[in-house]
Design a protein around this ligand. Structure first.
Ligand code: PXL
Length: 254
């Protein structure tokens, strides 16, 4: 009998539930993982935007994380950080654990509100990237972290090499448009390999929380024991199935 896979989720709460901690916990439940979790911030948001954010203190974030780690997770997923106090509290505890970290560098919401302030970005750049096993930026996030504009696979590779220089072991740049109807995620690793993950584009209006779901699914599959590349493949399949199911459920002919 195998032990149930343990993952630790560090994320913000999303009041409409499609993204953030609620999305991560849904993915963990779908994959049969046990998910200890740490709330970093509480967001009050609806489909129009983020109306308020309450940042939790570094102290309560540290205490939650210490308790979550007592479950001995195989992987940790980090999402919304909010500010530098929270980001530092997380770094201080995780830096010596050696647990593989999947870091989704959440900067803004789908509705364009800031989810990480300048201080949090500084801690990302100076500290959290250096202890991350995988970082999963979209084009905008890859551009912000690397300081160079990212719009195609060449510029994605340049940005990824900058992020690798900051200490991340692997970078998955998401959402590169390759040709009509096709989208590509590019995995670039410290050992010099590049792997392309090409997918059909499906669903444009129901992407709230897709980044959260992809990175938490990768962390879950890794905690089950899958390799990095296999985890990315399986996580993209899961995400596509989720989006396709939503499209079927919510499409109307009227
Ligand atoms: O999808 C990024 C994200 C992460 N975390 C929280 C969010 C969002 C997007 O809205 O609300 C809490």
């Amino acid at each position: 009998m195998h032990k149930i896979a343990e993952v630790c989720i560090i994320a913000g709460s999303d009041s409409i539930g499609g993204a953030g901690l609620q999305a991560d916990l849904r993915v963990a439940a779908l994959l049969g993982c046990s998910a200890s979790n740490v709330v970093t911030c509480i967001t009050a948001q609806d489909l129009k935007g983020v109306h308020a954010i309450q940042h939790l203190s570094g102290e309560i974030v540290s205490k939650q994380l210490a308790c979550a780690l007592s479950r001995k997770p195989k992987t940790v997923k980090i999402g919304m950080l909010g500010n530098s106090e929270i980001a530092l509290a997380i770094y201080d505890i995780l830096k010596d654990t050696g647990i593989p970290i999947v870091l989704d560098p959440v900067l803004i919401s789908t509705s364009n509100s800031k989810l990480a302030d300048e201080g949090a970005i500084e801690v990302l750049l100076r500290k959290l990237l250096s202890i991350s096993y995988l970082v999963t930026p979209n084009l905008f996030e890859a551009g912000t972290l690397s300081g160079s504009k990212v719009f195609d696979s060449e510029s994605a590779k340049i940005a990824a090499s900058r992020i690798l220089e900051l200490g991340a072991k692997n970078v998955l740049v998401k959402g590169i448009h390759v040709k009509k109807g096709k989208i590509m995620d590019l995995l670039i690793s410290q050992e010099g390999t590049t792997t392309e993950f090409q997918n059909e584009v499906i669903g444009v209006n129901i992407t709230h929380g897709s980044g959260c779901r992809l990175s938490s699914a990768i962390a879950c599959y890794m905690s089950i024991g899958k390799s990095l590349r296999e985890s990315i493949h399986l996580a993209s399949d899961l995400l596509r199935n989720e989006i396709a199911r939503m499209k079927i459920l919510y499409s109307t002919d009227t």
